[in-house]
Design a protein around this ligand. Structure first.
Ligand code: ADP
Length: 370
């Protein structure tokens, strides 16, 4: 997970590389004037127009400012991730294709007994590719991608959280097919937030569950239609990720009919990722070097591996000191095994054996591994 706040991305943009750190460009620029007062003046921008078009499609009862806020903070055309960018996780990719991508692309085939699940939970240690998977799903299913961090729904907009949740679901229906991706879902649906947690969390949790139920009911009956109710509930899916699955309360957990374990990468997957990370770099790593590296990185997550490779890639520059300012590119030495060795002192796995066992146990009891 490398995101804060919320993002909305249409998964059809060009480009191949996931670039988590690059701020995505907004597609929809909300107008400065209100919906009602926004006329067809000559000064109206493209953004104003597309915002008004979207607002027109929203069901009644959606707060225009909340919708604007979602579209504003939420960004479009962010990082585009494809299946191939994600190392390993074949069972998860297969499950997501079957549960989301194919039904979105061929809704006619997925009815009745084949009705897809309305929610899927991705759980596992941090940095294992849950967010990447969600982004890939949006790209591959050509869906509008609403990526919301649960903590931003509960704390960022005090008092406005219910309106925001309603706007989120309303927009998702209006812009269907849509994926609502909620990261850190535990902080929204935890047992704690129903207890003494502050009012905003409790209310947004309740509203979230109500909206989600409505969606499930409407989709099951296909009772709504795009013209009448401003959206297509059968093509909206809630995808959620958590590093703390045990914090989700039981009732909420049961709503995720599919719970997919996203484990730490196995040996060959780490090898694949290391090779890919090195592929665009000048390096002198032999196959044996990589094999050794694979062995010593047992327990590393995908993001630990990325961090390690980034640190090792700095090795050739670090050795130069101040001289790096005037050393020509072609005289920078290649990355070597010793760089990785040095980096292994500082970059350690984020999850320990104990922590891992907790995930494995939870997966055995409540999850599917594919
Ligand atoms: P999570 O949502 O599970 O916490 P992310 O999907 O945000 O993890 O991954 C964080 C970063 O770690 C990614 O941007 C990527 O650089 C790297 N990463 C994690 N898992 C993988 C993977 N399976 N393949 C390639 N890169 C990965």
């Amino acid at each position: 997970t490398q995101r804060s706040g919320a993002n909305l991305a249409r998964g059809t943009a060009a480009g191949r590389k996931p670039k988590a750190a690059v701020p995505p460009k907004p597609r929809v620029t909300p107008p400065s004037s209100d919906q009602d007062s926004a006329g067809d003046s000559a000064s109206e921008t493209e953004g104003d127009k597309s915002f008004r078009d979207i607002i027109k499609k929203l069901p009644k009862g959606i707060d225009v400012n909340a919708a604007r806020q979602i579209l504003n903070d939420i960004v479009v055309r962010g990082d585009v991730v494809h299946w191939d960018d994600i190392a390993g996780l074949e069972p998860a990719k297969k499950a997501l294709k079957e549960a989301v991508v194919y039904p979105f692309l061929r809704p006619d085939l997925f009815m009745g007994l084949r009705e897809p699940a309305r929610g899927m939970l991705l759980f596992g240690p941090p940095g294992t590719g849950k967010t990447m998977l969600a982004r890939a799903v949006a790209t591959e299913s050509k869906s509008t991608f609403f990526s919301v961090s649960a903590s931003s729904l509960t704390s960022k907009w005090h008092g406005e959280s219910e309106k925001l949740v309603r706007a989120l679901f309303g927009l998702a229906k209006a812009l269907a097919p849509s994926i609502i991706f909620v990261d850190e879902i535990d902080s929204l649906l935890s047992t704690r937030s129903s207890g003494s947690e502050h009012e905003a969390s409790r209310r947004s949790k309740t509203e979230f569950l109500i909206q989600w139920s409505d969606l499930q009911r409407a989709a099951a009956g296909r009772e709504q239609d795009t013209r009448k109710d401003g959206g297509d509930p059968s093509r909206v899916l809630v995808l959620a990720a958590t590093n703390l699955p045990w914090d989700i309360d039981e009732a909420a957990r049961r709503r995720f009919v599919r719970r997919q374990y996203i484990p730490l990468p196995e040996n060959h997957v780490r090898g694949q990722q290391i090779r890919r990370l090195l592929s665009h770099q000048k390096h002198e790593m032999t196959d044996e070097d990589i094999e050794v590296l694979v062995r010593v990185t047992e327990g590393f997550s995908g993001s630990d591996i990325t961090a390690l490779a980034k640190d090792a890639a700095m090795g050739p520059l670090r050795n130069l000191g101040e001289a790096l300012l005037h050393t020509p590119m072609d005289q920078i030495r290649p990355i070597r095994f010793e760089d990785f060795e040095a980096s292994l002192f500082t970059i350690r796995p984020s999850v320990g054996k104990e922590g891992l066992k907790r995930y494995e146990d939870w997966a055995k009891e409540y999850g599917e591994r594919g």
